[in-house]
Design a protein around this ligand. Structure first.
Ligand code: FCB
Length: 485
């Protein structure tokens, strides 16, 4: 567990419609997933199912800025950035200043034809102390945002927790403290009460794997711990928090859908003929995927993975799992959010190796087929659950600049096209993939990498805060308009 980073048509139409619930009708599309060959090679050739949801993703801490405004409390990331932990020494105090520029950012999305916006709600804006008093001004911001999305015909897809834990809760043990799972559910319930009607789809916790591996094992992300015992316990409490939030939504009586957003990485043997490497890949799959999927979708933890824990970590995690927890965690979800960036390759010794070209982010091996493999496998092993791609993308280096109001990013266009083709392959083989959210709408604060990686289809000048759509934004606009790549 290390590394950042260590059928079409009828089957799809209903859930995809749910993702877009309460929004204006989608622009009409051809209504089939036919594959046709077009005369001009620049013309799209692969058509997506009618109602396929084209989206973009961001997260609160990475774009909002305004960290001291309107009663927001500090988060663990505000603390972490001040420890000299960010490669360029930066903070997200201003970031994309989206807290003040959200209206023009929404206009920009509308101009691209984006139909679904995945954003996250900052827990410390809603509950500055993490629990107890609700900060109305914090809720109001997200109410305005949700209303603004509806006004533009864009469906809100809201993540409840994208890593910005209130510092006050970390001071009480954070995710190592079992109570944190209930605090999360209480916060979620307050958000459902305030926004419930406006948000058709909720995501609970973004990438618990990254929190566990980077926040608690390697320590390169907040809260910056290197403690395998804490990692196992936090992993269970994150899963429990997910389950309790699902329960809170059901208790609220709303019709919205809910599910997790997991970063999944297919694991392959470095040498497919090496039996030892094949076995190592099974375990790596457990660490990368089953450890997070199984409790939620099967109500159990994979014992092969727990078997690799040292005695102290195994004892602590086993003790943390109380009667009834797995039933709570395994309660039915309505969809699974899939963040896909990369596969992993393992040797017979279990070492992770890089066999594919990477993006500027060296952990990100580029292998589009891995997305098809993962989507097909999810249906095979976990059933016909609606899948939504909730993140996928690549960065360029922080120092690129537009020239003459333009920025060409051909590598991103290739990456996005290849991954959309891979998603189409899965759809064509009968997997229910409702939609796609690229990461990211805007260049933003990329966690420990600060502003040294630009993941947006829209360039952000962090001095002037000017936005310049990159070539990929215009390309994506055309993809959406044609419902095809
Ligand atoms: C994912 C995170 C997202 C962003 C992308 C590049 O792991 O969920 O916030 O950092 O990676």
């Amino acid at each position: 567990m290390l590394s950042r980073r260590s059928m079409l048509g009828a089957g799809l139409a209903a859930p995809a419609a749910a993702l877009l619930a309460a929004c204006d009708p989608a622009p009409s599309t051809s209504g089939s997933t036919s594959t046709h060959t077009s005369a001009a090679s620049s013309q799209p050739t692969l058509t997506f199912p009618a109602g396929f949801v084209w989206g973009a993703a961001t997260s609160a801490y990475q774009i909002e800025g305004a960290v001291h405004e309107d009663g927001r409390g500090p988060s663990i990331w505000d603390t972490f950035v001040r420890k000299g932990s960010i490669v360029d020494g930066s903070t997200a105090d201003v970031a994309c200043d989206h807290y003040h520029r959200w209206e023009t950012d929404l206009d920009l999305m509308k101009s691209l034809g984006i139909r679904s916006y995945r954003f996250s709600i900052a827990w410390p804006r809603i509950m500055p102390e993490g629990r107890g008093t609700v900060n109305q001004k914090g809720l109001d911001f997200y109410k305005r945002l949700v209303d603004g999305l509806h006004a533009r015909g864009i469906a809100p897809l809201a993540t409840l927790f994208h890593w910005d834990l209130p510092q006050a809760l970390q001071d009480q043990g954070g995710w190592e403290n079992r109570d944190c799972a209930q605090w999360f559910a209480d916060y979620a319930a307050a958000v459902f009460r305030a926004l419930g009607d406006g948000v058709p789809t909720w995501l609970t916790i973004n990438e618990p794997k990254t929190i566990v591996e980077n926040g608690y094992m390697s320590g390169v992300m907040a809260p910056g711990k290197r403690d395998l015992v804490a990692a196992g316990v936090a992993a269970h409490h994150l899963a429990l928090g997910h389950g309790l939030a699902v329960k809170a939504l059901r208790a609220s009586g709303g019709a919205a859908r809910i599910g997790p957003a997991l970063n999944l990485a297919p694991a392959y043997p470095a040498n497919p003929k090496d039996e030892g490497a094949k076995q190592a890949a099974v375990l790596a799959d457990g660490e990368e995927n089953r450890f997070y999927l199984d409790p939620i979708l099967k109500g159990s933890y994979p014992q092969d993975v727990i078997g690799t824990f040292g005695p102290a970590a195994r004892t602590a995690m086993t003790a943390a799992i109380r009667d009834g927890d797995l039933a709570t965690i395994g309660a039915k979800v309505d969809l699974l959010g899939v963040n896909y960036y990369n596969p992993v390759y393992v040797t017979a010794k279990g070492e992770r190796v890089t066999l594919k070209p990477t993006s500027v982010a060296t952990w990100e091996q580029i292998y589009p087929q891995g997305l098809t493999d993962m989507l097909v496998r999810l249906k095979r092993d976990y059933g016909d659950i609606p899948l939504v791609i909730t993140e996928n993308g690549i960065p360029e280096k922080g120092d690129v600049k537009p020239a003459g109001g333009k920025l060409d990013d051909p590598d991103r266009i290739t990456y996005l096209r290849d991954h959309l083709t891979a998603a189409h392959d899965a759809i064509a083989s009968g997997v229910r993939v409702e939609g796609y959210h690229l990461w990211s709408l805007l260049d933003n604060f990329e966690w420990a990498e600060g502003y040294s990686q630009r993941w947006g289809i829209v360039y952000v000048d962090f001095q002037s805060q000017q936005r310049t759509p990159k070539a990929s934004a215009n390309w994506y606009r055309d993809v959406i308009a044609h419902n095809a790549v």
